[in-house]
Design a protein around this ligand. Structure first.
Ligand code: GLU
Length: 285
């Protein structure tokens, strides 16, 4: 008999606000996929954005998920406790020569995009125009020595020259070809913290042995970036399943700003866990 590894799924909230119905659905969706495969379910706290994350929201998320009836393995991985793991991955990428420092401010990038006749757009809006990719080594060194803050970006063209063409599998949508040109040179280490969403998620999914990544459709295109990083870092590639986002009565997707739809508001309004589950599509129940 061939032994197959157990399915491992995870829910990875960022504690930047209270969890809403959409988060509850995403968490239950991940639990349901693990349960139906006889697998494992993990919870991860994605708190690298120190300016926006609050301990209060982390506590509230754990309390709300437990109230909904979720159970997860211990210990919970908190990204801010694992910066050394991200530093190691950055060293590996740097060793491949695929990173470059980017000194641009958001305002400078916006101005450059606005000035370009046909600014390249990706699925998530305008792509980074590549300003700092074109700096000479001497110019880079001068700015670093001058104390200018910088992020590290991935030179996607150089990275795909190394990896060749790539694809990944979404259980609902099939085999997806990575389109590097649509991605642009994403940030790997931010100016304010030496990692980024893309890097931390890729490293964590690998280190935690996540084999089935379930998450909302809003992160569908981010998976191209993660697949590219996996190939560069020699990581395994999980299977993916992106689910539809819940929308509110106005048809817009639920977001943390929709305070009335937070799990605690629903609970305060007298709903029990089963009532809240009944508000969700069947795939989460
Ligand atoms: N932390 C991300 C979020 O709250 C989710 C990351 C992921 O599932 O890959 O949107």
């Amino acid at each position: 008999m061939i032994a197959t590894a157990p399915v491992v799924t995870r829910f990875a909230p960022s504690p930047t606000g209270y969890l809403h119905l959409g988060h509850g659905y995403s968490a239950l969706f991940a639990v349901a996929r693990a349960r139906e495969a006889g697998g494992r379910f993990l919870l991860r706290i994605e708190d690298i954005d120190r300016g926006r994350c609050r301990a209060e929201y982390e506590c509230a998320a754990i309390e709300d998920l437990a109230w909904l009836g979720l159970e997860w393995e211990q210990p919970v991985r908190r990204q801010s406790d694992h910066m050394a793991d991200y530093a190691r991955a950055i060293d590996s990428l740097d060793g491949l020569g695929v990173l470059y420092p980017c000194f641009c401010t958001r305002a400078e990038i916006a101005a450059e995009v606005a000035a370009a006749a046909r600014a390249p757009h990706g699925p998530d809006g305008p792509r980074y125009p590549g300003t700092c990719r074109r700096l000479s080594d001497a110019e880079r060194a001068m700015r670093v020595v001058g104390g200018r803050a910088y992020a590290l970006r991935l030179d996607v063209e150089m990275a795909t020259d190394i990896t060749g063409s790539l694809s990944w599998t979404d259980l609902d949508k099939g085999v997806i070809e990575v389109r590097p040109e649509a991605i642009g040179d994403v940030v790997i280490a931010r100016k304010d913290t030496p990692t980024s969403y893309h890097l931390a998620v890729t490293v964590d999914d690998q280190l935690q042995g996540v084999s089935l990544v379930t998450r909302g459709d809003d992160l569908f295109h981010a998976t191209d970036v993660h697949r590219l990083l996996q190939a560069l870092l020699g990581y395994a590639t999980p299977i993916y399943r992106h689910h539809a986002l819940l929308s509110g009565a106005d048809g817009r997707r639920l977001a943390k700003r929709d305070a009335a739809k937070t799990l605690r508001e629903l609970r305060a309004a007298g709903l029990g866990p089963d009532d809240v589950r009944a508000l969700m599509p069947a795939a989460g129940r």
